[in-house]
Design a protein around this ligand. Structure first.
Ligand code: HAM
Length: 415
């Protein structure tokens, strides 16, 4: 679990603002969800035999003896909230949320125990058009951010019935090759055989290549849905790869699944993932409702932007106000307020706690400000300030108080 330090928060804010703008451009509305839910909700939604539920949840009993869990993801909470507040009755919903998620995984680069997601969910639409809309949205996010090097992979898992047929065929085939399975896969053979296809063990790869393939078991409805989605992506000129072994680590998916992956972040290369989960609302006790969604990991996105050399903003002050003498301090504080009012967006740091000119200029320099403004008793009396560039060799200027906002506006290209 990481602290995000002052030097890093401007980049986070930029990332969050940019992504929010994109999501809003598609008409999605924000929903804010609690960090805790009943443990049962995640067990039922994500699946009892998934890694998340089996070994990664932060669960505890509260004072009433109820088992609660720090959310490992947002989809389950979003569905719970929509059902609880009647948001799914005869209507479609397009929603998004942001915030920390918690998984007790083994930490490594790009994998943390508290990490941050932006999640997007749509309810009530069963066609491939909403699948495509969401995938377009993710592509637009990368374009806006200047993100390079992410590859889109898609697959169809079919309906629950088709997947059950495939599961049975896969288990039967793998049983015939049990000696070649590694320990992890042998354990999964009973509980979650599809995840064997996801194994990263190089020694398992030729076996996986030879195993029965999910696409051969797809039902007609899922096949039609998937090819219509591919046609929409083709029409938009979006590049993608069909990966028949893409299965996802959460149980609620059916039909379309997708991931954006990169080879630039080491082992944790998935920056964004999601898909269709038509059965979940009904499974949790609601009316049958089609649904599609995805979530992206902000830490991984930020790391990929940094790896690609994308310049991320820092929130350094524009101006450091040096104040000296009783009148200088009094007039200067009022002057600072008028400057903030005149130039929205101006980041003006006033010196507090006095100090010699020398020490104040040291602070000004350390703050990273582009300019110092100096108001001492003499300037206060004359109604001027001294404007001194700190990061260039330009000359300092004496500026009448009433002209400072105009002059700063020009220099900072503001207003
Ligand atoms: P997920 O694949 O578990 O899906 O997580 C989505 C994204 O969150 C991952 O692709 C990754 O970028 C990020 N992420 C996951 N675990 C970690 C971690 N330990 N450290 C850093 N980043 C991580 C879901 O959570 C689904 N709820 C997505 C979804 C929404 N499907 C439908 N709607």
């Amino acid at each position: 679990m990481n602290d995000i330090l002052p030097g890093e928060t401007a980049a986070w804010q930029y990332l969050e603002d940019t992504l929010r703008e994109v999501v809003h451009a598609y008409g999605y509305q924000e929903i804010r969800l609690p960090l805790l839910e009943k443990t049962e909700l995640f067990k039922r939604s994500i699946g009892e035999v998934t890694d998340i539920v089996e070994k990664e949840m932060y669960s505890f009993n509260d004072r009433n003896g109820d088992s609660l869990t720090l959310r490992p993801e947002g989809t389950a909470s979003c569905v719970r909230a929509c059902m609880e507040h009647g948001l799914l009755h005869n209507q479609v919903q397009r929603l998004w949320y942001a915030g920390p998620m918690f998984r007790h995984e083994r930490p490594q680069k790009g994998r943390y125990r508290q990490f941050h997601q932006i999640g997007v969910e749509a309810f009530g639409m069963d066609g491939p058009d909403i699948d495509a809309e969401m995938i377009f949205m993710t592509a637009r996010m990368w374009e806006k951010l200047g993100l390079q090097g992410a590859l889109l992979q898609i697959n169809s898992l079919g309906t629950l019935a088709a997947r059950a047929d495939y599961r049975a065929a896969l288990v039967a085939w793998l049983r015939g090759h049990e000696a070649a399975l590694d320990e992890d896969s042998r354990r999964r053979l009973e509980s979650n055989p599809l995840r064997i296809l996801d194994s990263k063990n190089p020694e398992m790869q030729s076996l996986i290549e030879a195993a029965p393939r999910l696409p051969d078991y797809l039902d007609e409805e899922s096949r039609v849905h998937f090819s219509a989605l591919c046609a929409l992506l083709d029409k938009a000129g979006l590049r993608y790869e069909v990966n028949p072994r893409l299965v996802r680590g959460l149980d609620y998916y059916s039909k379309t699944v997708f991931e954006w992956v990169t080879d630039q972040l080491g082992a944790q290369g998935t920056i964004c993932a999601g898909g269709r989960y038509d059965g979940l609302v009904e499974f949790l006790g609601g009316k049958s409702t089609p649904a599609f969604g995805f979530a992206l990991g902000l830490e991984r996105l930020l790391a990929l932007l940094q790896a690609g050399g994308v310049a991320l903003p820092e929130s350094l002050p524009h101006v450091y106000l040096v104040l000296n003498g009783d009148r200088g301090v009094q007039d200067g504080m009022v002057f600072a307020e008028s400057l903030r009012a005149a130039l929205p967006g101006l980041r003006l740091l006033s010196n507090c706690g006095n100090g010699s000119f020398k020490s104040q200029f040291k602070r000004a320099d350390k703050s990273g400000a582009a300019f110092a403004l100096v108001m001492g008793d003499a300037e206060a009396q004359q109604g001027t300030v001294l404007l001194k560039p700190l990061r260039s060799k330009s000359e300092q200027e004496v500026v009448p108080v009433q002209d400072v906002s105009g002059r700063l506006g020009e220099l900072l290209e503001m207003g």
